[in-house]
Design a protein. Structure first.
Length: 231
């Protein structure tokens, strides 16, 4: 699940006749987790969780959007035998997707005062520069996780590989974060969570030995977030 969109639709929900058991009028707002500012025009999908054996299976319970001020009012159809509900907020290049699970009792008690928060995504540039003697046997690998989410599940990246020529080229996140040999000078552009811990891990295989290095940063939305790795 990358945050550009949420794959709610894949085997998402039961289809066909939906058994309902009354309605609840819900009201609330969508806010930025850090600033608490309201976020406009966010789509929200609701899933009723119905027990099927040992599992809770998501069932379509409706969808709506916050208005231009970030507020919403919606008549929720209570799904028969659903005692929990997922509120799934779609993500994009500005905010990560989010799923908030609420019990029916909690939902009824706070129906007019709901608040759903989203975590902002910010740009991160990782610059790799090799200054040591080139070796065809060197292999450098890179991975990172932000707020516990690994890079492949968070946001796409783009690699600009300068090497030692004047002809740079770009690679998308379908490509591995691995460089072999000497021409590895690169810039990786991606996004991570703002104001959350992001840990980058480099693994260097050289002369039959593996060395692991880590760097932990916290990216902010009002700064240029750049990490340099020179070896």
């Amino acid at each position: 699940m990358r945050n550009i969109c949420i794959a709610f639709a894949s085997g998402l929900l039961f289809t066909g006749c939906l058994n309902t058991d009354g309605t609840i009028e819900i009201k609330g707002k969508v806010i930025d987790e850090y600033t608490k500012n309201q976020i406009p025009d966010r789509n929200i999908i609701i899933q009723g969780l119905v027990r099927n054996g040992e599992k809770l299976v998501p069932t379509d319970a409706g969808q709506f959007s916050a208005d231009s001020s970030g507020c919403f009012t919606y008549i929720l159809r209570k799904v028969s035998d659903a005692y929990y509900y997922n509120f799934c907020l779609a993500g994009d290049s500005e905010y990560a997707s989010s799923i908030k699970k609420l019990g029916l009792l909690e939902l009824e008690q706070n129906a007019e005062f709901l608040s759903f928060s989203l975590c902002k995504l910010v740009d991160l540039t990782i610059i790799i520069n090799k200054e040591s003697k080139p070796s065809v046997w060197d292999t450098l690998s890179l991975s990172w996780k932000s707020n516990g989410v690994f890079e492949r599940n968070l946001y796409p990246w783009k690699i600009i590989n300068y090497g030692k020529t004047d002809n740079s080229f770009e690679l998308t996140s379908d490509s591995e974060l691995r460089w072999i040999g000497g021409n590895v000078n690169s810039a990786i552009n991606t996004k991570v969570f703002a104001y959350k811990k992001t840990t980058l891990t480099w693994e260097l295989d050289r002369n039959g030995r593996r060395q692991e290095l880590t760097d932990t940063i916290t990216c902010k939305s009002d700064l240029k977030n750049i990490v340099y790795f020179t070896y």
